[in-house]
Structures are given as C-alpha cells and as structure tokens.
Design a protein around this ligand. Structure first.
Ligand code: T1G
Length: 668
C-alpha cells in the first residue's frame, strides 16, 4: 500500500499532501502520514508555516467509515488534530471539494482555512447516526458560532465556501484553479500572525442559540438519537472549558457509536452505493449514450418522470393522445417548476431552460430519435403491449424501451417487440420528480449494457436505483402486499385503522397502511363496478371513499387534508367483520407488528431466494427511499436481523404464515 501522505516545500512553507482516492478518507495510513510529516515540519527550523491539502477531487471527506468496525489504529484522528492545533507554526488548511466530518475537523484543528469557491464544508456525521467525534462540536462554536455549529451538526448539511467565509469558518477564498499557489501565499501572510489554536478562541453565542435550532427542527428529528446528541455537545461548549467539552463529546459519541441507530444508518450509507452496482457485469460492458429521452403519457407520472430528465439538462419529447391532456400535462410541469422557483430552490431561468428542452407532441413517430423511451400510461398490459409493438417499429436500433409499470410482467411487454434485449422496467415512485427510488426491472432478455445504461442515467437524474427481477410488484410493492392484506384482516378482527396506523408511525414510518391507501387512492386497482361489492374495499370505493382526493377514504379529511376517524367507515368495518365471520377481540401492538412487518421481512427472503433482488441491502434501500422506512432502523432486512430470525420465525408461525426456507434456516 503506497504511502498516501507526502511533503513538499515552497521556500519556507512546508506542504503536506494527501493522495488517498477516492475521497481522501482519513484512514490509518493517512493519519500516520499526517502525524509524521507534521512532526518533521515542526522540527525543521527553515519551515515557517505549514499547508495541508489533498490531491484528487476533494479535501478529506471524513474518517474512514469502513474502519469503524475494525480495531482502532493509532494515532486516532483527535490526536492528530490536537497535534496540528498545538503546532507552534501556523498551519493552514487548503480546501477543495467536500471537507466533511473528520475532514472539517482537521480544518478546525488548523489555525487558518483557505477554500476554493466551489468547496463545501460540513459535518454530516448525524446522517450516519453519529456526531463529529474529533472535536468538531467544540471547535465549530469557537471558529464559526454556536448557532452555525448547532445547525451544521444537527442537520449534517454542508455550507458553501462563500457561506463558510461569511461565518468565519474560512478565512480566505482562493481562485477556483489556483488553490495550491494561493494557499502558499496565504500561509506566508499567516507567518506574522502566528499560530491561532481554535480552542483558545471565545465561544460565539449561547445555549439559547442551540435551543432555537432544537425547537425549529423538533419534527424532523423525531425518532432519531443523533441530532439531540449533537445539540447537547454544542450546548456543552457554551458552558464547559474546552477539555471538559471534548470529554462530553467523546462520551456522547461512544453512546451513539454503540447504538443500533448508527449501525443502521451506516448500513444504509454503504447499501445505497452498493445498490448502484450490478453483480456479474464485466468492466468491458459500456453504457449507451443517452442524449434524448422520450416519455409516453403526460399524466402525473409522465410529467414527473419528464421533469427528472429536464432538470438534469436532458431534452425530453413527451407524447399524449389528446391535445388537452398534453396541454394539461405540460401546464402542470410548468406549475411545478414555478412553485419550486417561488421557494427560491431554482432560478426562473432554470424553469425556462427546462421547459425549453421539452417537446410536446401527439405523434409517437416523434420518438424516432430518442435514445431512451419511457412508457408511463395506465396499467393495462394490452395497452402497453400495443405501444411497445409500435415503438419497435418507430425507434432507432439500440434505443432503450422502458415501462414505468409498477407490477406488470416486463418480459411479456418485451415479447411484444423484436428487441427484448433493449426492454426493461423503470419503476418511478410518485411523485416521480420527488421520490428518489427507482426500481430498474431487468427482464429475462434485457442486455447487460441496457441495464447498465438505465442504472447510470438513474444516478445522473439523482435517483437511487435498485435492480429488481420480474415478479408481481418487483421488490417494494411485492412486500407491501402481505402488509396490506394483513392490515385489512386485522380490521375484521377488531383493530381500527388508526390503531394500526399508529403502530406504524410510532415505529417510524411516515404513515401507516390506511393513511397510505388514502394518499395513493383507495380506488387504485378497483374494478370500478359500484354494484359489485365483495369486500370492505369495494364498499369504500363504491361509496366514493377514494381517499384524500375525494376528501374521505378510511379517514375523513378536512380542507387541510387532516385525517379524522370515520364512524361511517367503522360501521362498514363492523358489517364486514360479521360477514367474514371474524371474531372481534383486542388486538395488541405486538400482534400488529408480527402480522404486518414480519411478513414483509419474510417476503424479502423469498425475493432473495428467487433472485429478484441482488442483495438483502438492496431491499433495505428500496424501503428507505421508496416508502420512508425510518433510516435509523436500517430497512426491513437489517431490522429483521436486529429482531432476530428466531423471533421473526416464531411470530410468523404463531399466525400461520409459511416461512421462507432461507429465513427458517437462519433461525435454526
Ligand atoms: N469513508 C470510507 N469510504 C467512503 C467515505 C468515507 N468517509 N466517503 C465515501 N466513501 C466511498 C464510498 O463508499 C464510495 O465507495 C466512494 O467513496 C465514492 O463515494 C471522526 C466520525 C464525499 C460527498 O459522512 O458524503 O468523519 O462505492 O459514491 O457521490 O468526526 O461520499 O466507490 O466503493 O459517495 O462523489 C463523515 C461520506 C464520516 C462523508 C462524495 N463523512 N461521504 O460523494 O461519491 S464519519 C461523511 C459522502 C467522521 C469524525 C466522524 C460522499 C462524498 P465505492 P460516493 P460521491
């Protein structure tokens, strides 16, 4: 393993440089090298100041997260940072890319900081269920301010170099392409100023500044341990001497590190990146270029899907059958962009650029020059097969033909073309321009390069993509089904919608099964015959209880869409409970968990047994990004491991479920 740290000289300035791709993580070799070269520079009288900078795309992007589960190797990061801070000569951090976590803490141990305008600086440890454990919570309130520290530590959101300069976190902005030279010049300026240990700076602000951040974010932090721990540490900085504050931080850090939430969030950090990889595809397989995208259908999904590409600067041709539907669809897209611009999240010119790259048309033939075509019409296999048959004749060779179907058989759709190798599923989640999850459904005959192309374009448009196999509901919706079936059965047996939903929201889900049905639409998949009432759902749908969109579903909704339990619905539940011959009884929270969450885990094991997902962590990624499973619980499969296979199997068997072989084997 080559030494990632080297030292160079520029006259009386020593430059310590890290070259540890891909992100200059502060692994053991880096820490050892930093310590070595710092000591050498301090011992050399001809050195008057020291610059620390990194090669590659970024300054240190944090501690090496892969080391957390390994035995510690000296020197620990806080020791290296303390040595930098105690240096008798000025030490300057030269920042580019993303100085994150331990990387930000290294800059805080330095006496001065210079950054290029495009740099970002932050402490995202909270997103890993942690806190800056190398002095960040104690130095940020001194170098920047208590308010900035509270905000940065509890949100994990980095600040731009410009903002960092404004709040004192950066002392100087370098030229975008002249950081190395500008850092040397700035170091020379600092010689006269001398070393300026951050720990000696006064804390800027009070505990009230911490309280303000805590109150403003209470809802967002609900269920998470780390944000409050971060705020406790920043608050400690306002009342404890530095060294006691460091001890406080260390204790809080260890508590988080040993907890299940951090393990879960670190699991998801790597799982999300792992999901982007396709097992068994050789390096020789190359993605096809995607310069132009076609979308068929300008409804909610088609419009949302189109916005993803337009926002990434990729032109879209959108096709509808009727002019009024086309106008409605493009009008909605413009409205969505304008609403985002009104919130200041994009500039008006970006709205025009996006809409300017959109070509609405009524002619399927206009898709002839598109490299990727995504069909987003309603869920009818006949309609989809007809469309794909036409695309087969219209689209150029090599164009990828994707269906946004949420559960239909992609192989059957592919069979309606002469090019099944170019056909796959791209299942976006609604709202498609917001939800990050994209299930990329690999057909039996989908070519590797087509799959690789879809996964690559997904990342380009900011999606978290997961490869799914062809089965009913792919990964997410397939696991949703047993949950919904059991939830309905529990209603017949005495549970109420609000009781079941509360178990799920207490668990950390954004909403429970019935709130979700009301949001998605109780009428989704309904046969639409109001005279054919064969179950509770039919009765709700026939009564116009289609959910939020009709002001009532399992719940009644006020004009702000706030839900209240419905006596009418309870009456329907009671009637159907009798009709189904169910025995009403008190249902416990434990039974609701066993009958709605355990079957999801079981289905995940079946999905893996059938090869419909590449790995268990992919299933976790689907549920985190597609359904809001609480990230601090790591996803259904990770959570299932925490629950323990034995407990899950016992719970499933208690309620008569057939247990997946692989799950049963794990419990043995
Ligand atoms: N440690 C180890 N590996 C890391 C890593 C890290 N900190 N950051 C990224 N990687 C790997 C990643 O797994 C991927 O590997 C590759 O680098 C490219 O990453 C003591 C305790 C920097 C914004 O939380 O946010 O410091 O898949 O695909 O999209 O207080 O990586 O290629 O094999 O994400 O350009 C705090 C985490 C750590 C930053 C770049 N730091 N990283 O994004 O590339 S805890 C973080 C990121 C800490 C101290 C505490 C992003 C990025 P592979 P990528 P990217």
């Amino acid at each position: 393993m080559t030494d990632p740290i080297r030292a160079e000289r520029d006259g009386d300035i020593a430059v310590i440089i890290s070259n540890n791709p891909p992100v200059n993580a502060l692994g053991a070799a880096v820490r050892i090298g930093l310590d070595r070269e710092l000591k050498a520079a301090l011992a050399d009288d001809s050195v008057k100041a020291i610059v620390i900078r990194c090669d590659g795309r970024t300054f240190f992007a944090g501690a090496d997260i892969t080391e957390f589960t390994k035995p510690p190797v000296e020197p620990m990061l806080n020791v290296v940072i303390d040595a930098i801070e105690a240096a008798t000569k000025p030490v300057i951090a030269a920042i580019h890319g993303t100085a994150l976590g331990g990387g930000c803490e290294v800059t805080l141990g330095c006496h001065y900081r210079i950054a290029v305008p495009s740099a970002k600086i932050g402490v995202p440890e909270v997103k890993l269920g942690l806190l800056p454990g190398a002095g960040g919570t104690q130095r940020l309130p001194r170098v920047a301010s208590v308010a900035a520290a509270a905000e940065m530590c509890s949100s994990g959101t980095p600040v731009s170099a410009k903002k960092a300069f404004e709040i004192g976190l950066v002392d100087k902005l370098a030229g975008e392409d002249s950081l190395a030279a500008d850092a040397i010049a700035f170091a020379r300026e600092c010689i006269a100023k001398g070393a300026r240990p951050s720990r000696d700076l006064p804390v800027k602000g009070t505990a009230d500044d911490v309280k303000a951040v805590a109150e403003a974010n209470a809802r967002k932090f609900k269920g998470f341990d780390a944000p409050a721990a971060n705020l406790r540490c920043v608050e400690a900085a306002t009342r404890l001497p530095f060294d006691e504050g460091i001890a406080f931080e260390r204790a809080e850090f260890m508590k988080l590190m040993m907890g299940s939430q951090s393990a879960a969030q670190r699991h998801i950090f790597f799982a999300e990146r792992q999901a982007a990889k396709i097992d068994g595809i050789g390096e020789d397989v190359k993605a096809r270029p995607i310069a132009k995208v076609g979308v068929i259908g300008a409804g909610t999904m088609g419009g949302g899907i189109s916005m993803n590409f337009l926002s990434a600067g990729i032109p879209v041709t959108i096709v509808e059958m009727q002019q009024d539907a086309l106008d409605r669809g493009t009008g909605t897209m413009r409205k969505n962009y304008e609403a985002t611009a009104a919130k200041g999240r994009i500039k008006p010119e970006q709205v025009e650029a996006a809409m300017g790259a959109l070509t609405p048309t009524l002619k399927l033939e206009d898709l002839a020059d598109c490299d990727l075509i995504i069909e987003a019409v309603y869920e009818s296999m006949d309609v989809k097969k007809d469309i794909f048959g036409k695309l087969d004749k219209i689209c150029k060779p090599g164009a990828i033909l994707a269906s946004n179907t949420s559960y239909l058989d992609v192989d059957e759709i592919a069979a309606s073309t002469s090019r099944p190798q170019d056909v796959l599923g791209m299942h976006f989640f609604s709202p498609a321009n917001v939800m990050k999850l994209l299930e990329v459904v690999r057909g039996e005959k989908t070519a590797p390069d087509a799959l690789l192309t879809a996964m690559g374009i997904a990342k380009k448009i900011g999606k978290v993509a997961v490869v799914a196999g062809v089965c009913h509901g792919f990964i997410g919706n397939r696991m949703l089904m047993p949950r919904q079936v059991e939830a309905m059965k529990l209603l017949m047996e005495g549970a109420t919608p609000e009781q079941i939903d509360k178990v799920h929201t207490d668990f950390g889900m954004p909403m429970g099964p019935f709130q979700m049905s009301d949001l998605a639409g109780v009428d989704i998949g309904w046969h639409r015959d109001p005279n054919r009432i064969e179950n509770l759902r039919d009765e709700l749908a026939a009564a116009g209880r289609w959910g939020q969109k009709t002001g009532k579903g399992f719940y009644d909704y006020d004009d702000k869409r706030r839900p209240t339990p419905s006596a009418e619905v309870q009456g329907m539940i009671d009637t159907w409970s009798v009709k189904t011959g169910a025995t009403k009884r008190a249902i416990t929270e434990e039974e609701i968990i066993e009958r709605t969450l355990y079957p999801m885990v079981n289905e995940g094991y079946l999905i893996l047994e059938e090869g419909k997902a590449q790995r268990a962590s992919d299933i976790d990624v689907v549920w985190i990004y597609g359904y809001g499973w609480p990230v601090y619980r790591g996803g259904p499969m990770f959570w299932g491991d925490l629950e323990g296979a034995k407990k899950i199997v016992a719970g499933l068997e208690k309620h008569g479920f057939a247990v997946a072989k692989s799950l049963k084997a794990k419990a043995a």
